[in-house]
Design a binder for this molecule. Structure first.
Ligand code: PA5
Length: 424
């Protein structure tokens, strides 16, 4: 079944006619993306990246993965934003036991987190993947200094060289200079793919391949997305319908999109989505605020606000149709808790009833909602979902009238921090 979009709980909030009226503008945005005639058109490399991803890269990564899995017990992945979230989101979404676990650094400046990573380097044989498109971002640069020093204490010469892989710009930036000077292996991030759109470039592919993710299936999922969500017809393209619905709801005062999932392995997918949508849309006083919850955990905290608070929210559920395991609920002869009604049922069936009840209750409480359902939590489907959201935000940004491919606002804190740090 791939990926489906259910819109039954938009009734009374978004009509078929409203979507039809918006269609010409969505199709105009589609044309601007595909013909590179819109704002930020030098950052559109991601649009056809799935079909352009060369087999030679996948073969190279398979060889690298074999080698690294032979000498390392873990990966340290250093990066922030688009150079971090897609990796973590994919690994968490797939769950299970990866061939090599990934420990993350460079996405904060927490001493406690860094001490844990340095201890891993002391105890285990690791390979470090340091990722930065600009090669100059403070958090990963500082983390790499510390990690590099710890690695040099343990490994020398060729042994050190084979354990550090850089993913960065082909020509510019400090990380490119370091890779070239030290002779570390390096992979290039294409110029025309921005950080938050880069999970299909070596940014995501290198650490994911090393950890043992089926990157071929991941690429195939992206390719399915490129094909399905490239169709210029809203009746056939669920991605474009999702975009049109958000835009219509936003015009009616729904300023917050709450992405909710009953599957905790989706948590970092929502974090990745928050960066993609927040950095792409939040400009010039515009944009839908992207928020997320994991249910039913948060029903016992955010549930009240969702049901009964200010009605400026719409909700997008992400569901998984088929889960890998079956866990049957046992019968209790005493039935003290009165839950023998679910005895013999699969736990995921109960989870899905909680979802149905929540979608219905939130709709009745004035929160229009829609549901994106993935057939299963595998590398193919997460690749397809990433492309769904990437295409969606490109179109959505053009509808809003912003350039979805820059992030001038992110610079503001950096400038002030550099002054405090005394950086030239
Ligand atoms: O989407 C973006 O471009 C940014 O959020 C970047 O991903 C983030 O700032 C990390 O940048 P870099 O990879 O240059 O270190």
């Amino acid at each position: 079944m791939g990926i489906l979009l259910n819109t039954e709980y938009l009734k009374g909030h978004v009509s078929h006619d409203e979507i039809k009226d918006l269609a010409p503008r969505v199709l105009r945005a589609h044309k601007d993306l595909h013909e590179k005639t819109g704002a930020g058109n030098d950052f559109l490399g991601w649009v056809d990246l799935p079909s352009r991803t060369p087999d030679a890269l996948l073969r190279d990564l398979a060889d690298l993965a074999k080698e690294v899995q032979g000498h390392s017990e873990a990966i340290i992945s250093i990066g922030i934003g688009g150079s971090y979230l897609g990796i973590r989101s994919t690994v968490d979404f797939l769950g299970g036991e990866p061939r090599l676990p990934i420990y993350y650094a460079g996405h904060n400046m927490s001493t406690a987190d860094m001490v844990k990573v340095l201890k891993i380097i002391e105890k285990k044989n690791v390979t470090v993947v340091v990722i930065s498109k600009s090669g100059t971002t403070t958090e990963p640069a500082v983390a790499f200094r510390l990690v590099d020093e710890a690695m040099r204490r343990k490994h020398k010469g060729e042994d050190l060289k084979k354990r550090i892989v850089c993913v960065t710009d082909g020509k510019k930036g400090a990380l490119r200079q370091i890779a070239d000077k030290e002779g570390f292996r390096s992979y290039v991030i294409p110029d025309d793919v921005g950080g938050r759109f880069s999970v299909l470039t070596p940014v995501g592919l290198v650490p994911l391949a090393l950890s043992g993710v089926d990157v071929r299936a991941f690429v195939e999922g992206f390719r399915a997305g490129e094909k399905e969500y490239g169709v210029a017809d809203l009746d056939k393209n669920i991605c474009y319908r999702y975009v049109a619905i958000r835009n219509i709801l936003n015009k009616k005062g729904k300023d917050i999109e709450m992405m909710a999932s009953f599957y905790p392995n989706v948590q970092y997918v929502t974090e990745w989505w928050k960066q993609l949508y927040g950095e792409s849309e939040g400009k010039g006083g515009k944009g839908i605020f992207p928020a997320s919850t994991i249910l039913s955990t948060d029903l016992h905290s955010m549930g009240q606000m969702m049901q009964d608070g200010k009605r400026n929210i719409f909700e997008t559920f992400v569901m998984i149709e088929n889960v890998a395991d079956k866990v049957l609920i046992p019968l209790d002869p005493q039935d003290t808790d009165k839950f023998n009604c679910v005895a013999g049922k699969d736990l995921d069936w109960v989870n899905k009833q909680a979802y149905k009840a929540t979608a219905d209750a939130h709709f009745e409480g004035g929160v229009p909602n829609m549901t994106i359902t993935l057939d299963k939590a595998d590398a193919f489907h997460i690749g397809q979902l990433y492309y769904f959201f990437e295409k969606g935000v490109g179109i959505s940004g053009y509808l809003l009238g912003v350039n979805p491919f820059d992030q001038p606002g992110v610079e503001a804190y950096k400038k002030k921090m550099f002054v405090l740090l005394g950086k030239k």
